[in-house]
Design a protein around this ligand. Structure first.
Ligand SMILES: NC(=O)c1ccc[n+]([C@@H]2O[C@H](COP(=O)([O-])OP(=O)(O)OC[C@H]3O[C@@H](n4cnc5c(N)ncnc54)[C@H](OP(=O)(O)O)[C@@H]3O)[C@@H](O)[C@H]2O)c1
Length: 329
């Protein structure tokens, strides 16, 4: 592929995920990291040097105005996704925005409307959707490999209570707490396979600051239940299971990025191993490229509607479990 056909990426917010993403960007031949932007000029120039990127900016707006950038990856904290994605979009940029897409469904809906008005590609970086194992599991389930799903169990938890209470993970002003940070993964799995639940039950526990640190959820569907958990107060084994009337799928740890899973049918176990590229972000990057190359403004695998509906489920859980942020209206 010639240089001309390269897709030119800009990254804003040069924290932990920006770094992992930039590593995987190097593994996708059509991708070029053209510009990076940070609130810190030195962080931007250091990052640019490390990842052999031509341009670095000390403001996000400068990157949005750079005509050499095709697509912006928004890698900033949750509470900034709405405003920054919209600013990128109105500047004519395609956007891949980190999860959670926004802090509520209302914001997510406005972001999608803006992207559609400006006819630019827009997607939530829900990378697990593009993991080869997850793609295969969805296909097997649609083919009826495990029959009607009756039960899903998934969680995502890690220990974060030692973090600075003002950090993005624990600060309620920054939408801190487990639900928006990692709860979206088990919610995603249930939503992907069973859709929007008929009823959601949820209970959370909080720090004195109001930060939510663990949430247990039951999603009720016609003839099926999903039992999900999101936390920041312990570790877990990161296994997930999907149980149907005619078989089960056990997803290996860490289920949201794993290459492996086991399909059990009539007592026989079949192991699947579908390696991921890099840390797993290359697959969402390739999806963005595929959409841009075919002039699509949304992915059919993780559509605008999917992101909006996922945010709607998160809103519902927050209402049920009393998770509030100071900026909620
Ligand atoms: N897909 C995944 O696997 C994955 C993994 C981790 C996180 N995430 C998501 O990615 C986003 C960023 O997470 P992270 O772990 O990379 O966070 P992080 O290490 O704290 O970095 C976030 C960056 O956001 C920017 N920022 C803008 N306004 C800020 C503010 N008021 N306070 C702090 N930082 C601010 C900063 O960038 P500059 O100062 O450089 O501009 C900072 O470096 C979150 O929404 C998270 O949910 C996704």
């Amino acid at each position: 592929m010639s240089e001309k056909q390269k897709i030119r990426w800009g990254i804003i917010g040069l924290g932990q995920i920006a770094r992992s993403f930039a590593e995987d960007l190097k593994l996708v031949p059509e991708a070029e990291l053209t510009a990076v932007a940070s609130t810190s000029a030195s962080r931007a120039s250091d990052f640019a040097r490390e990842f052999e990127c031509e341009k670095s900016y000390s403001s996000y707006s400068e990157l949005f105005q750079d005509l050499d950038v095709d697509v912006v990856y928004v890698a900033t904290i949750h509470t900034t996704h709405f405003e920054l994605s919209i600013e990128a979009i109105v500047n004519g940029k395609h956007v891949l925005c980190e999860k959670p897409l926004a802090v509520n469904k209302e914001q997510a809906t406005k972001m999608v409307q803006t992207a559609r008005e400006h006819q630019v590609f827009f997607m939530e970086a829900l990378w697990t959707r593009f993991n080869p194992s997850i793609l295969k599991i969805k296909e097997l389930i649609e083919q009826g490999s495990i029959g009607k799903i009756r039960y899903i169990n998934a969680d995502f938890t890690f220990y974060a209570l030692g973090n600075d209470p003002n950090s993005r993970l624990l600060n309620v002003d920054l939408a801190g707490g487990s639900l928006l940070d990692v709860g979206v993964y088990p919610i995603f799995l249930a939503y992907l396979l069973l859709g929007i639940p008929d009823e959601v039950l949820a209970k959370s526990q909080f720090l004195e600051t109001g930060a939510e640190i663990q949430t247990s959820m039951i999603f009720q569907y016609e003839g099926a239940q999903a039992i999900l958990y999101s936390g920041m107060a312990s570790h877990t084994d990161f296994k997930a299971k999907i149980c149907g009337e005619e078989g089960e799928i056990y997803i290996d740890p860490m289920w949201f990025q794993t290459p492996g899973f086991k399909l059990v049918q009539e007592g026989e176990t079949q192991s699947h191993d579908l390696p991921t590229i890099g840390q797993g972000y290359a697959h969402e990057i390739m999806e963005v490229h595929e959409c841009l190359n075919t002039n699509k403004i949304e992915s059919s695998k993780w559509s605008h509607q999917n992101s909006i509906e996922l945010m709607g489920i998160v809103d519902d859980i927050r209402r049920k479990s009393g998770i509030k942020f100071p900026f909620d209206s």
